[in-house]
Design a protein. Structure first.
Lengths: 289, 408, 412
């Protein structure tokens, strides 16, 4: 079970959305981390065969992405996925099942099972146009799982879900990751922290880092500091270092920041998290560097 | 196969569950069903000899004309019949205050021969009733000869190829020497109303089908469809199948409604009558009934072509708005641009291949045929064949456009 | 306000469909000109048929023979000439009609006058050219009286949908008295072609403008920008005004530019001499005291009034509909469907209302053929001027209604 992405590039005129990206994915859950415009969605679309790369190939166990056999084992939840307002949840699931070539009898049972899994069992016969954003998202997750896909690609799957549903979702994905390839992208860093076996960090169309959570965080181990300083110093630090957190502490300002050396006398080392790493990598972009 | 029909079922559901589809279909079927009655609703007014205003219903007037026509049915239009009509018309005063058609002499005597008058007027190139009143027996005896001579004049003087000229001569030689009158008001009314009906069906098809692909793009479902197993194959076929089935059912239903209504009101007579009884029309070797059937097939083909073009544009243009604009241009603009009769024949015949012009009876029975590698093909054959070929091309482009669609 | 207006203008002109609009309209002009040229015909000095662009030269030469005032003497001369030609048996066919070749070489130059005689001297509504055979020189001198009698007979005819009232007849006859005599003839082929193809041109021009305007408001909802706009300071007031003004400016500019191109294109091919010819040279029984040029430009103004009404109707629909597709569909339906309405044979009111639909009003030159009056009791206004006044008033009413609807809009 191997998904091979080989020197995949996507250009839009002079803009390079994906730059000779190569990676091989095996069983497990992969979290794709990157700022807006890093190329995560472009990569996912190319992996799903709905966007042709400018160059490079995507294949699963030798089956190219353009073939029907590939799409047969694929489950995809796009960002802002579309639906039919007049369809009920059940209708929609049955329609997607037909698209995926699942026989009707099997589809019915699977639909019921998945709607229960995503807590939409009671809304099965209601029209999608009456659903809230979170309900639509759960329906989207359910349709991606219909054909028991060997490759599951989820683009911002937890957007719009409340904390309880996010936990539930994580548990489903974690269970499923044992015997399939799951790639999910999200800005909710804690989701990746909890379920991803491997984290892929993308920047400017390139994979800049790949590894487990511990391996990834190694980069900034010992570089996360917390300190409480006067406003003036806080303003200086804000310009100089990537600031992860800031809050008022009486007359002074509490800061959590990333810095190679100790920034001030009162600073103490803090345990690094994935969010610290995200801001460490991507704060330069925000500052326009 | 089951899967294909399952997918098609969902496509039907997507199309038919939309509010605009329900409204459009309801309106079109309603208007199509009621438009046949347009000429029989309301009253006709005339002034009698005493100056009183008389009101009669248009329905009654039509039924009187129908009865008169049926009484004449089966009679050969020869000198005897023509002179019978002339004698009746001679009693009609022309120089009074009232229009001749309002006089008792006309209504009671001449009116029953009005169809014979119209046929004679066309044949003898008369200017009006006065000329008809002056027609002599000697002239009436020349009726069939002059009919033939008129056609021979057109054959000799038209700017057509030798192949077409030979074809025209063959049609003339093959047509019966005499003309037998048959009341065919039902068929006349049917082919007249079908043009409007087919145009309405075309507009409805454009509205209903315009989102078949483009709405997948606009509502974001294209990602799901194209990334699924059958999304680049079977689904596209299912969409096109649904589009064609809905279009075919609509036009066939409307045709059936118009036909039944026209036959019920104006009668079923004239199915076996010669086509030339319909008016100044090319003498194809088909009967009125056959011409109505062939025309219906042309209208069906035109509507299916319309559906194919709409589906193609829907796949290529990515937005239903753009599709409906172009279909409106295709439907409406040809109505306003008249190609003059002096235009080259290829322009005239090409003009008849526009979908809206295919929907007209006079297009299906057009006097100029299509010449392909020396073979002369009448329009009622060429139009459906062309529509089928063009539809196939549109289907191919629609298929390709959706399959290759990139989501970026 | 100016900034907002600039952005609204920018939003309209930056759309792809706006960029395609000139292509469609110019294409239409070319097609119409081609149709006009292919149906143009004349006869050379030997009576041979001449078609297309070459015919224009011969028509100009022909017009020179009859240009000037159509005096009764001129009419009488033509009648006399016709009778001289018809009395020579060598000029006749076996059916005692004038041979085509003789007619084309001897009489075709006077065709316009012959047509006027046929209309003036035969039974109302059924002009018969053979009437000339029965006329004398003295009959010709009575031309204008006979023509006026035709107007009276037309007014006195029985119409199944209702006759002209006495007040209407008086008003029409009064206008008829003001028509200048003698009429002026001239080379009018250019104007005739412009007039004949004006209706399809206006229909397509209005259609293209309608497409450009149909999503001005609905697009904000479709894109989701309505949330931001409606919640902003000027979102329910200045934005609306800016959109209305920008649409008005762009539509008017489109109309002016493309009508100008239409006229200039035909003028370049046909020439527009003869603008001073009386409208009666085309429509003998018309009761309008206008030259052809004046009538054409009046028709343009009427068409503009109908055009503006359609634009503002479309804008109102765009305010009501929250989807571009529904907006354009409804606008197209309301615009085009009335073209299929046939006149009633029993209701005068229905017929008068049908003529007020904008697509019917775009066929403005037709109004000069008719004697329709609109109004109540003492105040009766002729159809062209009534339409010219009514359309903008309705456009203003629609704008006020649209403003009301817009100010109460909610985003859900």
């Amino acid at each position: 079970m191997e998904l091979k992405i080989d020197r995949v590039t996507k250009n839009y005129g002079s803009k390079i959305a994906c730059d000779r990206l190569s990676i091989t994915l095996g069983k497990g859950v992969y979290g794709l981390l990157g700022a807006n415009g890093a190329g995560k969605t472009t990569l996912m679309r190319m992996m799903c065969g709905i966007l042709n790369p400018t160059s490079g190939t995507v294949s699963y166990d030798g089956i190219d992405v353009s073939r029907e056999e590939y799409r047969d084992i694929l489950g995809y939840l796009p960002q802002d996925f579309g639906y039919y307002p007049e369809f009920t949840a059940q209708d929609f699931m049955m329609y997607i099942a037909a698209l995926k070539g699942i026989p009707k009898s099997k589809a019915k049972a699977k639909t019921a099972e998945l709607l229960e899994t995503v807590s939409l069992k009671n809304e099965a016969k209601k029209k999608i146009k009456t659903f809230s954003g979170g309900m639509k998202q759960r329906l989207g997750i359910a349709q991606a799982l219909l054909n028991d896909p060997k490759i599951l690609v989820l683009d911002e799957p937890t957007a719009g879900l409340d904390p309880k549903e996010r936990v539930r979702f994580r548990n489903i994905i974690s269970r499923m990751g044992a015997d399939r390839i799951i790639l999910l992208s999200t800005h909710i860093v804690s989701d990746i922290e909890h379920i991803a076996d491997t984290i892929l960090v993308m920047k400017n169309g390139q994979l800049i880092h790949e590894g487990s959570l511990d391996e990834i965080i190694e980069v900034i181990k010992g570089k996360v500091w917390e300190c409480t300083v006067p406003q003036k110093i806080a303003d200086e630090f804000t310009v100089k270092y990537p600031i992860i957190n800031t809050r008022n502490a009486g007359d002074e300002i509490f800061l959590r920041l990333v810095c190679d050396e100790k920034p001030c006398e009162t600073a103490v080392n803090a345990e690094a998290t994935l969010e610290d790493l995200y801001l460490y990598y991507f704060s330069e972009e925000e500052k326009g560097e | 196969m089951n899967l294909f029909f399952d997918l098609a079922g969902y496509e039907f559901k997507k199309i038919l569950c939309r509010k605009r589809t329900v409204i459009t279909l309801t309106l079109v079927v309603l208007i199509g069903a009621l438009s046949v009655f347009g000429t029989i609703i309301g009253n006709y007014y005339y002034t009698d000899e005493n100056g009183n205003e008389i009101t009669v219903s248009r329905y009654d007037e039509e039924m009187i004309d129908r009865r008169y026509g049926e009484e004449l049915s089966g009679r050969v239009i020869d000198a005897d019949l023509i002179m019978e009509a002339v004698e009746a018309y001679r009693q009609v005063p022309l120089n009074g205050d009232r229009h001749y058609a309002d006089t008792e002499e006309y209504r009671n005597n001449a009116r029953k021969y009005s169809q014979i008058y119209h046929i004679a007027r066309r044949t003898f190139n008369l200017n009006g009733v006065e000329d008809f009143q002056n027609l002599t027996r000697e002239q009436a005896e020349q009726f069939d000869k002059i009919r033939r001579e008129n056609r021979e004049y057109v054959i000799e003087n038209s700017k057509i190829s030798e192949n077409m000229r030979a074809y025209w001569q063959k049609c003339l030689d093959g047509s019966p020497k005499t003309l037998t009158y048959e009341e065919s008001g039902g068929y006349y009314r049917f082919v007249t109303i079908m043009y409007t009906t087919a145009m309405m069906a075309g507009a409805a098809i454009a509205i209903i089908i315009s989102g078949i692909f483009s709405e997948e793009y606009t509502n974001g479902a294209d990602s799901l469809i194209l990334s699924s197993k059958h999304g680049k194959g079977l689904v596209i076929g299912a969409k096109l199948f649904a589009a064609f089935v809905i279009s075919a059912v609509l036009i066939i239903l409307l045709t059936a409604i118009n036909y039944v209504e026209a036959m019920m009101i104006w009668g079923t007579g004239g199915a076996d009558a010669q086509l030339v009884l319909m008016g100044n029309i090319f003498p194809y070797k088909i009967t009125i009934g056959q011409s109505a059937l062939l025309y219906s097939i042309c209208a069906l083909a035109a509507c299916l072509l319309f559906a194919a073009i709409t589906a193609m544009l829907s796949a290529m243009l990515k937005a239903p708005f753009n599709t409906i604009v172009i279909m409106a241009i295709l439907l409406i603009v040809p109505m306003f641009i008249n190609v003059p009769d002096e235009a080259p024949i290829w322009v005239l015949t090409l003009n008849n291949l526009l979908p809206t012009n295919m929907m007209a009876f006079w297009g299906a029975m057009y006097e100029y045929q299509y010449e392909i590698f020396g073979l002369i093909i009448p329009p009622y054959v060429f139009i459906p064949v062309f529509a089928a070929a063009a539809s196939c091309a549109c289907v191919y482009f629609a298929y390709r456009a959706f399959k290759k669609h990139q989501i970026s | 306000m100016l900034d907002i207006l600039k952005f609204e203008l920018y939003k309209i002109v930056k759309r792809k469909r706006f960029l395609f609009s000139p292509i469609i309209i110019l294409g239409t002009i070319i097609i119409l000109l081609s149709a006009a040229l292919s149906s143009a015909y004349s006869y050379d000095g030997n009576g041979n048929h001449v078609f297309g662009y070459k015919a224009i030269k011969y028509e100009k030469a022909r017009a020179e023979k009859i240009s000037g005032e159509l005096t009764p003497e001129k009419v009488a001369d033509v009648i006399e000439l016709y009778n001289i030609v018809a009395s020579d048996t060598d000029n006749l066919t076996e059916y005692d009609t004038i041979k085509d070749s003789v007619y084309n070489s001897e009489l075709y130059p006077y065709q316009k006058i012959i047509r006027c005689v046929a209309v003036a001297y035969t039974q109302t509504g059924q002009p018969d050219y053979r009437i000339i055979n029965t006329l004398t020189y003295d009959d010709g001198l009575d031309f204008y009286n006979r023509r006026d009698k035709q107007v009276i007979d037309t007014l006195n005819m029985d119409y199944s949908y209702g006759n002209y009232s006495d007040e209407e007849k008086n008003v029409i006859l009064k206008f008829n008295e003001n028509v200048s005599e003698p009429y002026v003839l001239g080379y009018t082929l250019g104007w005739e072609s412009l007039i004949e193809y004006a209706f399809p041109f206006f229909v397509i021009l209005t259609f293209v403008a309608l497409i450009n305007v149909s999503s001005v408001f609905s697009n904000e909802f479709q894109r989701g920008t309505a949330q931001v706009i409606l919640s902003s300071k000027h979102g329910r007031s200045k934005i609306f005004t800016a959109k209305i003004i920008s649409v008005f400016l762009i539509s008017t500019l489109m109309f002016a530019v493309f009508v100008g191109i239409y006229v200039l294109t035909f003028a370049a091919v046909y020439g527009l001499g003869g603008s001073g010819a009386s409208i009666q040279s085309l429509i003998l029984l018309s009761v309008y005291d206008l030259t052809l040029g004046e009538a054409f430009f009046t028709a343009v103004i009427i068409a503009y009034a109908a055009f503006i009404f359609v634009i503002f109707l479309t804008l109102t629909i765009s305010v009501v509909c929250k989807s571009n597709f529904t907006s354009v569909l409804l606008a197209l339906a309301l615009y085009f469907i009335p073209i299929f309405l046939n006149y009633s044979k029993s209701s005068k009111l229905f017929n008068y209302i049908v003529d007020l639909f904008p697509i019917k009003a775009l066929n403005a030159f037709e109004m000069f053929k008719q004697y329709k009056l609109y109004g109540f009791s003492d105040t009766l206004v002729r159809q062209p001027y009534f339409v010219m006044a009514l359309m903008p008033i309705l456009a203003v009413i629609l704008t006020v209604a649209a403003k009301n609807i817009y100010s109460r809009l909610s985003y859900d």
